[in-house]
Design a protein around this ligand. Structure first.
Ligand code: HEC
Length: 186
């Protein structure tokens, strides 16, 4: 191929990818907001109507369902992760761990957890991958199931469902975890 043509094609595809990444970032932010709002609303209403035991089933069943529904709707994978997970299915992979460590250090330097956000386009041999993470702060309501003084009845239910639970001992304002979004294009 003529060198000029090759360079042009390379530039064009890079440009397309930049546009795709921009779209991904915008859509990802919308999806994350939808995830956060829907889940918080179900959680708060379950806490009010049936208390924490009923609310555990929201986190246990509704959270994965919302995750699946939004992934389908937006055409990418969206879920939640953390350095200390309750459900092993939510465990962070290497890239996610690195970002979570960066978030932790920024939080320690005084950055507001709500602002911690990353969107990256990663090019590997033959494939483009776009990934995004947004930190989730620990609010007051979260302490009922993720704090240090968990009611024994709640704790018993959590231990029954999650024998390897690592997601306790969080304090107000800690990073509880992050929303994570991923899309691969060939
Ligand atoms: C009523 C108990 C309860 C409350 C309150 C609660 N959670 Fe959870 N949380 C859970 C359960 C149960 C899971 C495991 C869900 C699953 O199986 O995917 C979980 C999982 C998570 C996860 C996914 C990572 C992991 O540890 O597996 C994040 C992030 C999270 N919770 C954040 C929060 C935040 C932020 C709040 C407050 C707004 C909160 N939770 C309030 C019970 C609770």
């Amino acid at each position: 191929m003529n060198k000029a043509v090759f360079v042009l094609i390379a530039l064009l595809s890079q440009n397309t990818f930049a546009t795709e990444h921009e779209q991904f970032t915008q859509q990802g932010k919308v999806a994350i907001k939808e995830f956060a709002t829907t889940l918080k609303a179900s959680l708060v209403s379950a806490m009010k109507s049936g208390g924490p035991i009923e609310a555990i089933s929201v986190c246990n069943q509704v959270a994965p369902a919302i995750s699946a529904e939004l992934s389908e709707k937006y055409g990418f994978e969206i879920s939640r992760t953390s350095l200390k997970v309750r459900n092993q299915n939510n465990a962070a992979d290497q890239w996610e761990k690195e970002i979570l460590f960066q978030f932790e250090s920024l939080n320690q330097q005084g950055e507001d957890v709500k602002t911690l956000f990353v969107s990256e386009a990663i090019t590997k041999s033959g494939s483009h991958e776009m990934r995004m993470m947004k930190a989730i702060p620990t609010g007051k309501v979260c302490l009922t199931c993720h704090g240090s003084n968990i009611d024994p009845v709640v704790q018993a239910k959590l231990s029954e469902l999650y024998p390897n639970d690592q997601a306790t001992g969080f304090k107000l304002g800690d990073i509880r975890g992050a929303f994570t979004v991923r899309k691969t294009i060939d």
